[in-house]
Design a protein around this ligand. Structure first.
Ligand SMILES: [Zn+2]
Length: 487
């Protein structure tokens, strides 16, 4: 009899526990459908979207696609003037194709043999001073056009880091030109070394695209940068080292403004008081566009980065619409993230809702690759963590729903990738809003034309979507909003 009683008690306990777990599961979890995620992902990451680069019509096409999907999901518009859009100006400065470059009266083809590393206006017809090494930079170089080989930077990028060659080349160029600029040279010509040459098409395309800002890039701001730095292919080394070699350059600048857009939608909360507060789900809809072909493919599809989270937000929106939470849910698909977190910076500067009413930002960037059982949460350990409450809610949702091994190592301030600083939660965290960042981290296809939909683990994407949804659901339902630390 005693045994039966004990068994009965254990059984009761199990039933109660199971009941507890079921009760607290987010109600519309099953509305997050793998088939819908797959369908949306293949559309948004398709070649038709042409890589969704900010500052082009391709980004606006993607923004319109997201808004249309949000409308179909029954989400209310939350942008300006009753629309789904918060437009903002993207100021671009590019070197005009009317520019010309000659060495010894032989023309260099811009963006194929020569790259101006930032858009600077110039009119030069001068003899070239060849420098053998950095030792020569102590000579009097005032107002001279100097040329030399690119040399490796003193601080090499960490081994195995993403976009290694790009970082190598950029820091080599920066470091070397900074020394030369201090000598008041009038122009700098650097000959690409073999390392830089191996990916010059890729990062050279970035130079061709120019610079972007959400404030006008006035001439005053450019004063510190009036010395043209021109990277040339190795074929020009001999020409540059001839006695009496000469550079003739006419560099013209185009400045123009192009719209970018945050797409915004919401589901109002059900609680009369708490509905004034928002759980903000964050993604970015832009990517890198079209560049130099890699193995015949010139479209940077950005399937993982960040079509995955863009479609995750649509799925969460559908679930939320089916079963709204107490607090309101705000869905923001930022524009121009890849150009410098511009959409989120603009949102924080021009918040369409009272910033104090945003109780948490749940950002995601790249959530469909790597080990199926592991995922990362950034903003989860000091010094990046700004709300232990919010982190605890995310960890509880993971335990309850998804059971990922949560990797927080990329959140360490010593991590060489500085991953925490590279997505849209950052401007919100800097504005003292509790914020976390969901990611499944980098992979070799990151920022290449190989980041395509067929490489996405749809099971994992579905689970990550559920994790973000489950976390947001907790934030929405708890009586107290997550508290900010260190305030
Ligand atoms: Zn991204």
């Amino acid at each position: 009899m005693k045994t039966i009683c004990t068994l009965f008690a254990i059984l009761c306990l199990l039933i109660v526990n199971a009941q507890d777990k079921r009760d607290s599961l987010p109600p519309a979890l099953s509305a997050i459908q793998q088939s819908e995620l797959r369908k949306d992902l293949y559309e948004l990451a398709s070649d038709k979207m042409r890589g969704r680069r900010a500052g082009t019509l391709d980004e606006l096409r993607a923004a319109a696609w997201v808004a249309q999907k949000a409308r179909e999901a029954g989400l209310e518009p939350a942008g300006n003037d009753g629309t789904y859009f918060q437009f903002f100006p993207l100021y671009r400065r590019v070197v005009s194709n009317e520019s010309s470059l000659e060495i010894n009266e032989k023309e260099l083809s811009l963006w194929e043999e020569a790259w101006t590393t930032s858009p600077v206006e110039a009119n030069i017809d001068e003899s070239i001073t060849w420098l053998e090494s950095m030792a020569d930079t102590t000579l009097n170089l005032q107002d001279k056009v100097v040329a030399m080989h690119l040399i490796p930077p003193s601080r090499m990028p960490a081994e195995g880091i993403s976009l290694w060659v790009y970082r190598y080349a950029l820091s080599a160029i920066r470091e070397q030109s900074a020394v030369l600029k201090r000598q008041n040279v009038s122009a700098i010509v650097l000959i690409a070394d073999s390392t830089a040459t191996s990916e010059i098409g890729f990062f050279g395309h970035g130079f061709e695209e120019g610079t972007y800002a959400i404030e006008p890039q006035s001439r005053k701001d450019q004063i510190s940068d009036t010395v043209p730095v021109i990277l040339v292919s190795r074929d020009w080394a001999r020409e540059l080292q001839k006695a009496d070699s000469r550079l003739s350059a006419t560099l013209k600048i185009n400045e123009f403004t192009y719209p970018s857009a945050n797409v915004m939608a919401k589901v109002s909360g059900t609680d009369a008081e708490l509905q004034e507060e928002y759980v903000l789900f964050s993604a970015h809809h832009d990517h890198d566009g079209i560049g130099a072909a890699v193995e015949g493919d010139s479209i940077w599809n950005g399937a993982d980065d960040n079509a995955t989270v863009s479609v995750a937000l649509l799925a969460i929106g559908r679930a939320w619409k089916k079963n709204p939470g107490k607090r309101s849910a705000l869905f923001v698909w930022h524009g121009a993230e890849e150009r410098g977190l511009f959409g989120s910076k603009y949102f924080v500067k021009n918040p369409p809702v009272n910033k104090d009413n945003i109780v948490a930002v749940l950002n995601g960037d790249m959530i469909g690759r790597n080990n199926p059982d592991a995922a990362a949460l950034l903003g989860s350990i000091p010094p990046h963590r700004n709300s232990i409450d919010l982190v605890n809610m995310a960890m509880a949702a993971n335990k309850q729903i998804t059971n990922f091994n949560v990797d927080t190592s990329w959140d360490a301030s010593s991590h060489p990738e500085f991953w925490y600083y590279r997505s849209d939660h950052l401007p919100y965290a800097q504005a003292n809003i509790p914020a976390i960042f969901f990611s499944t981290l980098l992979h070799p296809d990151y920022h290449t034309p190989k980041d395509e939909a067929d490489k996405i683990d749809i099971d994992k994407l579905t689970k990550m979507t559920k994790w973000m949804y489950g976390t947001g659901w907790k934030v929405s339902q708890e009586e107290n909003a997550p508290v900010l630390e260190n305030e």
